[in-house]
Design a protein around this ligand. Structure first.
Ligand code: XMP
Length: 529
């Protein structure tokens, strides 16, 4: 049984750029279940999955580049509707006998489009001319046999093509990006009118399906869930609680690397509002000992990840209706809830063929220590972050939990460059609390993806009153993003920056300067370590 049971599924073929995730999200926004598959998938495998449609995503610059990804051409004969987008459109045109070439006219950014193919189901729901977002250098020069062009721009004659009987469509522009007017209408036309999909993928259906899946997986056994204070683990816990009630125990490990007030908030929500069986383990000392003098960011991550499992195992050992069992075993709990999301699955190779390299090892991917093994319950494995938030709201989690900004598993440890000491943690925690407070007062929380303070390992000279100071700077990092894969630095208003600077320097002892990080991702990452 899978989350998609009973729903139509559209497969999004990933050609290695970051368009596939966005397309998959847009499909789901149209209430149709979508899954990302690698371009190495065979026509046979596609047929076996019985998708309602297949979308070929954008990809590298040109089908002519050496090693450009291709596709099993049998897919075009599988009888399943196909929509190629940008690179996907060029690829299908070329594979079906048309030609793609560099005409010397590239189009980048907003471009006027004219729909020319009367009766095209794809353009049925949209005006005859509108702006689209383009990003291509090559273009389709000759149509494959039996195809017709259904749109053009000032620069290219074939901006869209189709073969209605074979149900194969292609668009040179990107309907999935916001800059394309009516892009979502166009996708809906493909999904509903061409593929015949029903819009059944809703929050209630996701929750109902997951509740059944969780019950089938765990039966009447005990389940434990590590709460991190983040959105994902909170929503996963609430979902499992809905499914199996008091078979669930939540273990909240206070690593000492959390934001100010966080342990109290988590405890309040789960213990008091949800009445979940809740264990709060205060383990800051263990983590600080393990991190003593560790400077390397990856080592910090590994140490925290592994220490987390050890603390967790100790807590698990003490659980169970039969009372605490022997030290080193894991009590009665065999199942462990994890808030793994779909992008984690895709990025770690579970979805898109493992093409992307590990940039930072994420906490939840650190392996279990020896002697410890849980069977994972991952009710969010199929969901994007915005869907997780919607599920959280539907389950009645409070707004400050559902809408909190993402927070990395290793916590403040990856925002302190250099040695982690209780004193430096306190400096960062205080500065961070001011950033949280001022951004909330400015009403900017929903516009930003993350906003926080970073403590570097340098000090500089300053003067306060008549005194020379030699203190740490605090770096403010605030970014906008859709999914953390790419991000832009947020243009925070000057008066907010001024308040942040004044308050941090006046209120946080040991800080004498405030700097602003104006780096996008790429080339930077969101976190500093
Ligand atoms: P970067 O810094 O790679 O972060 O641009 C992308 C997103 O992931 C979060 N992040 C982490 N989350 N464990 C986590 O659970 C980690 O080790 C980790 N490192 C980064 C980061 O906050 C951002 O949302």
């Amino acid at each position: 049984m899978s989350a998609a049971d009973g729903h139509d599924t559209v497969l999004v073929v990933d050609f290695g750029a970051q368009y596939a995730q966005l397309i998959a999200r847009r499909v789901r926004e149209a209430h149709v279940h979508s899954e990302i598959v690698p371009h190495t998938i065979s026509a046979e495998e596609i047929r076996a999955r019985r998708p309602a449609g297949v979308i070929l995503s954008g990809g590298p610059a040109s089908v002519h580049v050496a090693g450009a990804p291709t596709l099993d051409a049998g897919i075009y004969d599988a009888g399943t509707p196909v929509l190629g987008i940008c690179y996907g459109a060029q690829l299908l045109a070329q594979q079906l006998g048309g030609s793609v070439a560099n005409s010397g006219v590239g189009e980048y950014g907003r471009t006027g489009l004219e729909a020319t193919g009367a009766g095209s189901p794809l353009f049925d729901r949209v005006p005859t001319s509108f702006d689209v977002w383009m990003s291509h250098f090559d273009s389709i020069q000759d149509l494959p046999s039996g195809f017709r062009a259904t749109a053009r721009t000032a620069g290219i004659a074939i901006a869209a093509l189709e073969h209605q009987e074979r149900r194969i469509y292609g668009v040179q522009f990107h309907p999935e990006v916001m800059h394309t007017a009516f892009g979502q209408d166009l996708l809906k036309a493909f999904l509903y009118d061409v593929c015949g999909c029903r819009p059944t993928w809703t929050m209630t259906s996701i929750i109902d399906a997951q509740v059944d899946i969780i019950r089938a997986q765990v039966g009447d056994e005990r389940v434990i869930c590590g709460l991190s204070g983040g959105v994902d683990s909170a929503v996963a816990a609430a979902l499992v609680h809905k499914a199996v009630g008091d078979q669930l125990t939540c273990v909240f490990v206070d690593t000492g690397m959390l934001r100010g007030g966080e342990p109290e908030q988590v405890e309040d929500t789960f213990l008091r509002q949800f009445a979940v069986d809740f264990v709060h383990v205060k383990a800051a000392d263990r983590f600080l000992d393990a991190l003593n003098d560790v400077l390397d960011p990856e080592r910090k991550r590994t140490i925290i990840g592994q220490e987390f499992w050890r603390v967790f195992a100790d807590a698990a050992r003490d659980l169970g209706p039969s009372g605490p069992s022997e030290r080193g075993t894991q009590g009665d709990a065999r199942f462990l809830v994890q808030g793994t999301l779909y992008p984690d699955v895709v990025e770690s190779g579970g979805g898109a063929g493992g093409a992307s390299s590990t940039i930072k090892s994420h906490h939840n991917l650190v392996e279990f220590p020896e002697g410890l093994h849980f069977e994972l319950v991952e009710p969010l494995r199929d969901l994007f972050k915005d869907e997780v938030r919607a599920v959280g709201e539907e389950l009645g989690l409070p707004e400050h939990i559902v809408w909190r900004q993402p927070f990395p598993g290793p916590g403040l440890a990856v925002r302190i460059i250099g040695t982690i000491t209780p004193e430096r943690l306190e400096v960062l925690r205080q500065a961070d609390a001011i950033v949280l407070d001022e951004v909330r007062r400015a009403g900017l929380e929903r516009q930003l993806w993350q906003w926080f303070a970073v403590l570097p390992a340098i000090r500089s000279v300053g003067v306060m009153g008549d005194e020379r100071t030699y203190g740490y700077p605090i770096i403010i990092r605030a970014v906008t993003s859709d999914d953390a894969m790419t991000a832009d630095w947020a243009r925070l208003p000057y008066d907010l920056l001024e308040r942040l600077s004044n308050r941090i320097i006046n209120e946080v002892p040991g800080v004498n300067r405030v700097a602003l990080d104006i780096t996008s991702k790429p080339p930077g990452t969101i976190e500093w370590e």
